[in-house]
Ligand binder design. Structure first.
Ligand code: DX5
Ligand code: ZN
Length: 216
């Protein structure tokens, strides 16, 4: 299976949202990555559900919704309503992660769990069989355009081994600082899906950039 590509809307031109979404629709992208921030869990605020309702109406690709917020369990219905296909919550934001994963499934979405760069993958040992996606942060969450943290490559390999050992089905998705070079390293290490924000939307030919990432 070729690597799944999830361009991140955070780096799009919000003044031209229609054409940015049309570009994603035309592209080989598999998902559209949506970064929701609350100014509490991360030091930034992005966009909320009224904007995402519009995005959902226009976007033909499954929405890969990454919640960088505290108490994400409060917004499961909202994420479902704006067309979330995957709802990803942070390990660090959920005291009762197992319950939240079950609630996301009950709402009819795939459940993702994200780990900040300093959070070890070993902490997923007792939940890995229940999740559909593990989103490993390869930057500190909150902003696009940051530098890739290479330590994540070892985490991908460790997580891949855990998934195989436990006969789990979770996909490994990586978020932050992805370009053709880090993307190739990530695919070699075992990543199944790559988020790319600034590398796609700030490139001269985003369609071609997505196609090249897809070929990694
Ligand atoms: C960062 C977000 C990322 C961000 C990635 O907190 O979770 O999804 O958009 O942006 P790039 O690809 O520019 O690092
Ligand atoms: Zn993200």
């Amino acid at each position: 299976m070729s690597v799944l590509i999830s361009p991140s809307l955070l780096s799009a031109d919000f003044g031209n949202l229609n054409s940015e979404i049309d570009l994603i629709n035309e592209s080989e992208a598999d998902w559209l990555h949506i970064d929701v921030m609350d100014g509490v869990f991360v030091p930034n605020i992005s966009f909320g559900f009224p904007v995402l309702e519009f995005v959902n109406r226009r976007c033909a690709k499954p929405l890969d919704v990454h919640l960088m917020i505290v108490e994400p369990q409060k917004f499961i219905n909202e994420v479902k309503q704006i067309g979330g296909a995957i709802m990803t919550v942070h390990y660090e934001a959920c005291t009762h992660l197992h319950r939240v994963v079950q609630q996301i499934h009950a709402a009819g979405m795939k459940a993702g769990v994200s780990l900040n760069p300093h959070t070890p993958v070993a902490l997923l040992e007792d939940i890995i069989e229940d999740v559909d996606v593990v989103l490993l942060m390869s930057v500190n969450p909150g902003f696009g355009g940051q530098k890739f943290i290479p330590r994540i490559l070892d985490k991908v390999r460790d997580l891949k081994a855990m998934i195989a050992r436990r006969h789990a089905h979770a996909l490994i998705e990586i978020d932050g600082g992805v370009n053709l070079e880090t993307g190739r390293q990530l695919v070699e290490a075992g990543a199944d899906a790559l988020v790319a924000g600034s590398f796609v939307f700030h490139s001269e030919a985003p369609l071609e950039t997505i196609a090249r990432l897809k070929q990694l």
